[in-house]
Write a protein that binds this ligand. Sequence first.
Ligand SMILES: *[C@@H]1O[C@H](CO)[C@@H](O)[C@H](O)[C@H]1NC(C)=O
Ligand SMILES: *[C@@H]1O[C@H](CO)[C@@H](O)[C@H](O)[C@H]1NC(C)=O
Ligand SMILES: *[C@@H]1O[C@H](CO)[C@@H](O)[C@H](O)[C@H]1NC(C)=O
Ligand SMILES: *[C@@H]1O[C@H](CO)[C@@H](O)[C@H](O)[C@H]1NC(C)=O
Length: 385
Amino acid sequence: MSVSLMFQGVSVLLLSGTTVSEVFLNVSPNRQQFFIRGSVSLTCVNDGCPADGWTVMKHSGGHNMCDPGLRDFGTVSGSSVVLTDLDNKDISFYWCENSDGRMSEYTSIWVEDHVILDIPALPVMTGSNLTLRCLSRDGSAVAAFFFINGTLVGPEPKAELKIASVQKSDEGAYACTAVMYGRSPVSFLRVRDPPSAITALAPSTTHLQVSLKVSPDLQQFVKGSSVSVSCVEDGQTVDGWTVKRTIDNKTLECGAYCSMSERWVGSSCDLNGHMTFTGVYWCETRSGLRTEHVTVTITDRPLILEIPALPLMTGSDVTLLCRHKGSSVAASFYKNHSLVGSGSELIIRRVQQSDEGLYSCAIDEYESVWSWLRVKGFAGFELTS
Ligand SMILES: *[C@@H]1O[C@H](CO)[C@@H](O)[C@H](O)[C@H]1NC(C)=O
Ligand SMILES: *[C@@H]1O[C@H](CO)[C@@H](O)[C@H](O)[C@H]1NC(C)=O
Ligand SMILES: *[C@@H]1O[C@H](CO)[C@@H](O)[C@H](O)[C@H]1NC(C)=O
Ligand SMILES: *[C@@H]1O[C@H](CO)[C@@H](O)[C@H](O)[C@H]1NC(C)=O
């Protein structure tokens, strides 16, 4: 169990280098590895204060077992959990989550009998100096061999491993082996830039033939729907382009939410219908070329406007539908806040650039989210009517 969890620990943490919110799981003492029968306190913190409405969660048995009432999950008080008398059952990932499904970064907690690596649980800021030590059962630092990403650092055992001015490239899997005591578990060091400006979205680049494809080709989804996003050209996925997105003003790669089974399959990112994934998505190359962006909304609103995510070709026809709890219903359709039609569907024939705009539908007291209808011309020539 420990091996597969350890493997997962490294791979999950490799993927989760970015936070989803300002809330984080504070681990006190700030370590990832603990001795059997030790104790640790986990608190959801926002701006230095306990985060109201956030709960400490624990991953267990391949599911997100989030019930703080679980008998083996420590003593819960508000947004804190104290794990005492630590043993193997406490080895897991922990994070904070609120009722909307927003999550903090993960922290893995390891429990070991003989030797542990004193490695911080919280991400280390770039530029800071870090010292890692190998600790024996009585808490004293012992001379040890240190390993980074499985590679031995230096030929001699050392009292400590110092890393001056930590950089993103220092992220990796760390462990130590102390002669006579044995080998520590492996933990992942995370490095984060100090809080910085928000990534602004570049204006759309119009002549690119590559598009963000949302599958199914819609922009609004009911919570729980299965949605995947990828980068396509002429309907085929393209190499060299990656799906990026901004959620809550932070740019995150796909895969940042592993516990919600978000994952890359081939070149597309599978979202699992969690409302947290609502955000602005686009494709980008390494050199910074970007496609137009699409706002993907995953909502628990009863009303959903069915509107394509891919830009429409000028001259094509499109039908917009309004769905109430899954069934297509007669509704009023709005464009840029003006009523443009009512009935069971809104058909736009021979789409023109001027049909671009924000659309929504409404029935009675319900209104859908607003989404952009996008139109693109054929590259190289204009259509004449
Ligand atoms: C890191 O260590 C170097 C050399 O000892 C020192 O000059 C520097 O100020 C330290 N940086 C920080 C952030 O403590
Ligand atoms: C460890 O491996 C990861 C993933 O391959 C890499 O990003 C990181 O830079 C490596 N760390 C070190 C210190 O070599
Ligand atoms: C995102 O940033 C914009 C501009 O800085 C700000 O107006 C907006 O409130 C931010 N949204 C969130 C969810 O933080
Ligand atoms: C709708 O609003 C968008 C953005 O403000 C604008 O580009 C578009 O021309 C508008 N369409 C109409 C018909 O007003």
